[in-house]
Design a protein around this ligand. Structure first.
Ligand SMILES: [Zn+2]
Length: 274
């Protein structure tokens, strides 16, 4: 129920189960100039801690977070794809999580091309340090300690990419990450309590070759899926110029779905009913 998944004040540290969107930058210019942070998302659920898509600056944002996020205590890292704004800090996080390889612990989940081939983003020596490496595939169920998730169909994006649908004791919190819109995308994301969407562009790129969502795509998705709450993030320059919170308000009015624009460090409580 919506009442059980509340947005928290940034300084509210009483919730034990929460996610924190450390960064909301999405495209090259915004990342290069750090107009928004390009750090990933931290998830804390029943004692399991993971980072999703550790883009540039994730390590720094963890250290500066209040309370600090101790990367040596991470239990897992998930990469949705190998693009640089999603994966740059993966090696330093794996190194910290395993105490430089002295402790074989933690898990890494990633598509195969993050791990093998000429554009692999995970250093090969770190493969031996992590307790378990799992290659992500489409529409599969995964778990590590207390965290369970399912992957989406393969997204329409230049590299192998999967969205992540977390199952927090029956409540779905979904990360619909980089992709061009296509109708078959939607099925995996149905019944999401919270749907977090990477919305890089305000309008489609004139070339038609930029495989990212724009605001009209989000409107289509929200009208179809009708999550209890939607969060926009991963903004490119055209989105920042359009003011994400105004875009969110407009989408809320047009779809009837409550929509908010993420800000760097925004926290979402995930506490269960009991
Ligand atoms: Zn990408």
């Amino acid at each position: 129920m919506l009442t059980n998944v509340n947005f928290m004040n940034r300084s509210d540290t009483t919730a034990t189960n929460y996610l924190k969107i450390l960064g909301t930058a999405g495209a090259r210019f915004v990342v290069a100039h750090q107009l928004r942070s390009s750090a990933g998302t931290y998830i804390h659920w029943k004692g399991t801690q993971l980072i999703l898509d550790p883009g540039p600056g994730t390590l720094v944002r963890c250290a500066k977070s209040r309370p600090p996020i101790d990367v040596e205590k991470l239990d897992a890292v998930i990469l949705t794809h190998s693009h640089i704004d999603h994966s740059t800090d993966v090696n330093v996080l794996l190194d910290a999580m395993t105490s430089g390889g002295l402790k074989k612990r933690g898990a890494l989940f990633a598509p195969r091309d993050c791990l093998e081939g000429e554009n692999a983003v995970v250093l090969s020596y770190l493969h031996q340090c992590v307790e378990k490496i799992t290659v992500l595939e489409a529409r599969q169920d995964y778990h590590w300690q207390d965290i369970r998730f399912t992957t989406s169909p393969r997204h329409d994006h230049p590299v192998e990419t999967y969205g992540i649908i977390f199952d927090f004791e029956g409540r779905k919190v979904s990360f619909l990450v980089d992709t061009q819109y296509f109708p078959e995308l939607l099925d995996s994301y149905r019944h999401s309590e919270i749907l977090i969407l990477n919305v890089v562009r305000f309008k489609p790129h004139p070339s038609g070759e930029v495989k990212h969502l724009c605001v009209d795509d989000v409107k289509t998705i929200l009208n179809e899926l009708r999550p209890q709450k939607a969060i926009l993030t991963h903004f490119g320059m055209t989105m920042l110029r359009a003011r994400p919170h105004e875009v969110a308000q407009q989408l809320s009015r047009e779809t009837g779905v409550p929509v908010v624009a993420a800000s760097d460090g925004m926290t979402v409580a995930l506490d269960s009913i009991s």
